[in-house]
Write a protein that binds this ligand. Structure first.
Ligand SMILES: O=P(O)(O)OC[C@H]1O[C@@H](O)[C@H](O)[C@@H](O)[C@@H]1O
Length: 275
């Protein structure tokens, strides 16, 4: 992995944030006057098996296992060193921009001419815009996710609302089901919901609600490895109860075809409310 530890820091009236060039990973974000919203283990990046389990990893151009056993899980973007385009501020809002092209990352499994932009806007909310451009003459197919690790007081205490009635694929049980009521996590959870409704994580321990809204994404993924699986992930380990991933994705059957010359944008918006 061509890793870089260069990070771009935001420290302004709206809050603080940190974005790494590697993976264009939004690692930290805290709006002014509030606790950190994203999970990061103190030893973040220490898992030798791959990219950090923290912040908001960019999964692209496939979600989950790759097209071949040797292909990296969740695609080529999160381990690549992206080009930093700059930081701009306007009032209380700061935007950090990164770009990935075949100059930075190619793969035998992804031989297409592309341009991938991540624009991270830090204000009272965090807004991430991930835009794929097809610069070639043939259509290509993209699977993707903005894989946010939401910091919570205790994952066993939270309620995940907004998914009632949504069909989902349960990757742990290997079956398709329909959500009834709020989701309360009681064990390893790995679900791909077909839903575009806002997802609300109510956290009685930190006494706040985290609200996830997304556009250009057909699915919401909810993931926590629980204690047993987390024990094998160095940069989660004993901290497994301190997050729940709520991802906006185009996964499984919802991968996106991008026509030659066309673009596709996935937008993820995260905001915080008092409980
Ligand atoms: O360890 P990784 O590659 O970052 O993946 C973490 C998890 O990411 C989730 O999005 C997947 O649904 C899980 O199946 C996966 O285990």
């Amino acid at each position: 992995m061509n890793a870089s530890t260069t990070s771009r820091r935001v420290d302004g009236p709206a809050g603080t944030a940190e974005v790494l060039d590697t993976g264009a990973l939004v690692l930290r974000w805290a709006p002014a006057g509030r606790d950190p919203v994203l999970f990061a283990h103190p030893g973040v990046g220490s898992d030798p098996a791959g990219p950090p389990h923290a912040g908001v990893p960019v999964c692209w151009p496939w979600f989950g296992p790759g097209p071949e056993p040797d292909a990296p899980a969740h695609g080529i973007a999160r381990a690549a060193v992206w080009r930093y385009l700059g930081t701009t501020s306007d009032g209380d809002v700061t935007v950090v921009a990164h770009r990935l092209t075949p100059d930075e990352a190619t793969s035998p499994w992804w031989p297409h001419p592309y341009r991938l932009d991540l624009e991270a806007t830090f204000g009272s909310a965090l807004t991430l815009r991930l835009t794929t451009a097809n610069l070639g003459d043939e259509p290509f197919v993209v699977g993707e996710a903005l894989h946010a690790y939401l910091a919570v007081g205790d994952v066993r205490e939270v309620r995940v609302g907004g998914l009632d009635g949504a069909a989902f694929h349960d990757k742990v049980a290997g079956e398709d089901r329909v959500q009834e009521g709020d989701l309360v996590l009681t064990g390893e959870t790995d679900r791909v919901y077909r839903s575009t409704a806002p997802v609300v994580v109510s956290d009685p321990v930190l006494r706040r609600r985290l609200v996830v809204e997304a556009e250009g994404a057909a699915d919401r993924v909810v993931w926590n490895p629980w204690a047993g699986k987390a024990a094998g992930i160095d940069d989660i380990g004993g901290h497994w109860s301190r997050f729940v991933c709520v991802e906006a994705a185009n996964a499984l059957a919802d991968v996106v075809t991008v026509a030659p010359g066309a673009t596709h944008t996935l937008t993820y918006r995260l905001s915080v409310e008092d409980l």
